[in-house]
Design a protein around this ligand. Sequence first.
Ligand code: NA7
Length: 549
Amino acid sequence: MPDTMVAPSATVSDATTFDAIIIGAGIAGIYQLYKLRALGLSVRVFETGGGVGGTWYWNRYPGARFDSESYTYGYSFSEELLNEWNWSEHFSAQPENERYLNHVVDRFGLRKDIQCHSRVASATWDESERQWNVVLDDGRSYRSRFVITAVGPLSADTLPRFEGIADFKGRSFHTYRWPHEAIDFTGKRVAVIGTGATGVQVIQTIAPLVGELTVFQRTANWCTPLHNKRITEEEQARLKAGYPAMFELLRQTPGCYIHMTDPRGTFEVTPEEREAFWEELYAKPGFAIWMANFRDVLTDLKANALFSEFVAWKIRQRVKDPAVAEKLIPKNHGFGQRRVPQETGYYEVYNLPHVKLVDTRETPIQRVTETGIACSDQSYEFDIIIYATGFDAVLGSFDRIEIRGAGGVTLKDYWAEGPKTYLGMMSAGFPNLLTIVGPHNASTRCNIPRCIEQNVDWASDLIHYAQDHGVTRFETTAEAEAEWSRHVEELAEGLLYTLVDSWMTGVNTNVEGRNVRRVLQYQGGAPQYREHCDEVAKAGYKGMVLDRG
Ligand code: NA7
C-alpha cells in the first residue's frame, strides 16, 4: 500500500468536556479556534494529522503550491499578522504555506487546544444533555455543546479501484499522503496516474529529476501558465500598502480573487482585438485567464469553444509531437468547465525523450503488478508509482465520520441522494452542528480562505448569540433547508461546468455511488452568499429554531 507518514504530537490538557469541538486544524479550524477562544469558550480541535495546516500539512508532494496569489490567500483578520508576514513568491509553495499556518497557530497561542493524531470516528447527538458525544478512532470520548466540522472539501483522498495496488513492491504514494522525508528520484522509473491540478504540479516538478517518467492520463485538462515569480522588496512594500484596497476588491469579486470578469462579450470585439486580449491573458499570472476573460466564455458554448480553440492552439505550439499534443487537448469538455490546472513548463515536459504519455482511455490500466502497471496493450515496470488521483470531494470527508443526529440518522445517509443544507452550514435533524465550508456553501467556488473567514465569522456570531441568549439548541427548519437546497440547485442550472464529470460535480469512479452529477457548490458568488447569511442573522436567525430549554 502507499506509504503513510509519521509526525510529532502536540501537548493538550486532559479535559474531556468543552463548549465547542472543532474537527480539523486546517485553515478553517485554526481560525474557528481563534474566534471561539476570543469569545471565552473552552474549545478542543481534533486533527488527524501530526501537525496543523490541513491541505498544507498533507499535500507535501513535489511542486505543491498555491494557485491563488499568496497575499490574497493569507488570513485577513489581523492587521499585525498581515504586516509581519512576507510571502516570498506570488504563488507560494507548500513548505512556506505550512510554515505560515504554524506561525499563525503559535502567534495566537492556539496550539494548546489542538490535539493532533486524533481522528474523529463519530459524533452523536445526545438529546437529553443537548450535547454532542465525540469519539476518536482509538476510543477516547469527549463532549461538547457545539460541534464545528472544518474537515475541508478535498481531504478524503481516493485511490483507484485497480487490482494489485497492494502487490506493488516498489514505493507508491497518494499525493495527499506524501511522506515527510525527501524522495530520491534520481535514475528512477516513475509513474504518475492523474493529470488534474495536483498531477500537473508533480509531473512538471519531477520530470527533470527522474530516470524515466510515464504519465497515465484518463482525461486531458486545459492547463494555463501560472507565471510565478519571487516578490521583490518594492513589490512587498506596495502589496502591504495596498492590503485594505485589495481585501475590499476581494469582497466584491464572485470568487474572492483579484480578477474581475471583462464586461465585454467574446463576439462584441473584432477578431484582432479578441486575439490580442487572449494573448494578454495567456501572459498574465494566475487565474486571470479563467476569471478575467470575456463575460460569456464560461456561460456560452460558442464563446467557450472559440476560447478553447485558442488554448488548444497554444498546446499545439508548445508540444513538438503532434500526436502527443492532440492527446493533451481535452476533447470532452471546454475550457474552464473543470478546475483549470496552473502550470509552469508542463507541456514542454512531453518534449523530453524520457517522458511518455499513456492515454488510459485508449489502453486502459488493467491492474497494478508487483513490478509496475499492466495496461491493455503492454506492461510497464516502475520503481515508484504516484497516485495523483484526487479526492472524494466535498462529501467524502463528512462520510468518513459517523455523524448521528437527533433522529438517529447519520449525515451520510441523510445526504445519500445529495446534500440538503441551510446556507451550506447546517442540516435539519443535526442540532448545534455547523458544517462550515461544507456542501452548498460558496467556499468551494472561492479563493477559499476568504470564504472560510466569512463562514467562521458567521458561525462564531451564531454561537455568541446562543451563549448570550441562553440558547442551548439550534437547528434549521426542514422548510428553510428545502428552500436553500432548491435555490442552490437553481443557481447551477445552465452553467457549463454541470455538463462534465469532475470533482466539482461530485463524480468519482473510485468511490461507490459517486456516479451521479450533483450540485455541491453555491454558484451565486461569494458576495451574494454573504448577503444571504447576513440577512438570516439580522432577522434573528430566520429559518432556524433557537431553543432556550
Ligand atoms: P482531480 O482534479 O480530481 O484529478 C484527479 C486525476 O486523477 C484526474 O486526472 C483523474 O482522471 C485521475 N484519476 C482518478 N482516478 C483514476 C483512475 N481510476 N484511473 C485513471 N485516472 C484516474 O484531483 P487533484 O488532486 O488533481 O486536484 C484536486 C483539487 O486540489 C484541484 O482542483 C485544486 O483545487 C486543488 P479523470 O479526470 O477523472 O478522468
